[in-house]
Write a new protein. Structure first.
Length: 495
């Protein structure tokens, strides 16, 4: 629930400020654990009293999160000389958090099993796979050694970008339940007034944040999956030289990271290029490649809708989208009513973290800059991806030629099988879109028949009531049966 609250607290683009302000406390102000319990966990993990490792350990937590809490500390002189810094933060897990997580995940798996019994959910998501994806990520969060390794990977990925900073890990003072990091505390990304007061352009911060995520997703294949404002800082750099940025965007807390394998990146690149080019056909192809569309989806209808969305809303900033009259959105919805009612989308588990992160990121960027132009960020990046794609065309042609050669080798055998099935009268042709339309027509005809039966019984009962009150009332009561059947049939959707 804390993770859900953090997600909603960042959705400044869709939720009223009264709600996001109330929820913002969940970003780093979860109720703290007694310091004596924290000390016991830390000393058990590090095998020595904290006084043996630090010259000072602040007993007041700097921040408290759902899985652990953070305390400021100072390294001993020898360790400070070796690391190149003195001030650190010590992240310590809550006592018995492993058991708490396992109980919560067990309950979540049971709820997932219940949800799978509901057909509209079952048709659009593999609930068990989604739960296991979330479980794997959460269990990774309670392993601070994995978090430290992720932090170092991110630092290597952005080593050549002076706009981004990642805290260094003190491995000698870290373990599975304790993580000691360089103290990089600065201006929280949600503190818009402090960012402005420091002379930093908030619109530029939003742009850099968006660009860093484009690199994480499309180039590195590893992204920070918990980018709520409590995990992001803006650090002023008064000592910056000529041509250097006057601030850095600092990421912390790499417990929740998402991996983007190459096949997933390819589908996401298709979507990004399609958005940059305003190309509905390519957008639909990308959606199919990512397995986001049900097999029965009306591809032509979706493409038409996407093209009209690009034509009407493409290029608009978030603040401009928020000003669109509700009547216009209603007209658009009515135009594609059948498509919306069918809801032809499903949720692949490998997009769970990415979708969550993109939702949070959208809210953060809009909060920093109400006029944030997502199209202005996407278009140049999409153009670069398209250029890279063109440069890789010779390899693509070779690959397609090899695939065609393999197809030609098996084509005679497949053709012989199809002809054999046709001769036996066993050849079946399946057209998902046509099948869905026939099923809708069948349901419509059935409901019409039910309405006629209901009307006939009702009218007959009303007529007979004058001469035979008992029979008339019986027929009127019986008329409710086809009526109930019609209503429940209308509510049931799907094959």
């Amino acid at each position: 629930m804390i993770k859900v609250g953090q997600f909603l607290s960042a959705r400044l683009d869709v939720l009223p400020p009264e709600i996001t302000a109330e929820l913002s406390g969940l970003q780093d102000e979860v109720p703290a654990v007694d310091v004596a319990a924290v000390r016991r966990v830390a000393e058990a993990e590090l095998a020595l009293p904290l006084a043996e490792h630090f010259t000072w350990f602040d007993e007041t937590p700097l921040a408290a999160a759902s899985l652990g809490q953070v305390h400021r500390a100072r390294l001993r002189p020898a360790d400070a000389a070796e690391q190149g810094f003195t001030d650190v933060v010590v992240k310590v897990q809550r006592p018995h958090i492993q058991e708490v997580v396992e109980v919560d995940l067990s309950a979540l798996r049971r709820v997932g099993g219940w949800l799978e019994r509901y057909r509209p959910v079952r048709e659009r998501a593999d609930v068990r796979a989604l739960v296991e994806e979330f479980a794997a990520t959460t269990l990774q969060e309670v392993d601070y050694l994995a978090e430290g390794a992720s932090a170092e990977t991110f630092a290597a990925n952005f080593a050549d970008d002076p706009r981004v900073a990642i805290p260094a890990v003190v491995w000698e003072l870290s373990g599975r339940r304790v993580l000691t990091l360089q103290d990089v505390s600065a201006i929280k990304l949600a503190d818009h007034a402090a960012i402005t007061a420091a002379g930093i352009d908030r619109a530029e911060v939003a742009q850099v944040l968006a660009e860093t995520y484009l690199q994480q997703i499309f180039t590195d294949g590893l992204f920070h999956a918990d980018p709520h404002p409590g995990n992001l800082f803006v650090t002023p750099r008064p000592d910056a030289g000529p041509g250097e940025p006057g601030w850095t965007l600092t990421f912390i807390d790499f417990g929740m990271v998402g991996h983007v394998p190459e096949d997933l990146r390819a589908g996401l690149r298709d979507l990004l290029v399609a958005a940059g080019l305003r190309d509905g056909a390519r957008m639909v192809a990308g959606l199919r490649r990512l397995d986001l569309l049900l097999p029965t989806a009306d591809l032509a209808g979706i493409e038409s809708a996407v093209d009209q969305v690009f034509e009407r809303f493409g290029g608009l900033r978030m603040d401009e989208l928020q000003q669109i009259p509700p009547e216009e959105m209603l007209r658009f919805g009515l135009q594609f009513r059948e498509l919306l009612l069918e809801l032809p989308f499903q949720v692949p588990e490998n997009l769970l973290l990415l979708g969550r992160s993109m939702g949070i990121l959208s809210g953060i960027c809009t909060g920093l800059d109400p006029e944030f132009d997502v199209w202005g960020t996407i278009t140049p990046y999409a153009s670069q991806l398209l250029e890279d794609e063109r440069q890789g065309l010779p390899q693509t042609v070779v690959g397609e030629a090899l695939a065609l050669g393999r197809l030609l080798l098996v084509l005679p055998r497949r053709a012989d099988r199809v002809l054999t099935l046709a001769e036996r009268g066993e050849l079946a042709v399946r057209t998902p879109a046509l099948t869905a339309q026939v099923r809708r027509l069948e349901r419509s005809v059935n409901r019409t028949g039910g309405v006629l039966v209901f009307a006939a019984l009702l009218v007959a009962g009303a007529v007979l009531t004058a001469s035979d009150q008992g029979t008339g009332r019986l027929l009127m009561v019986l008329s409710t049966l086809p009526l109930v059947w019609v209503l429940t049939t209308g509510l049931r959707r799907g094959p």
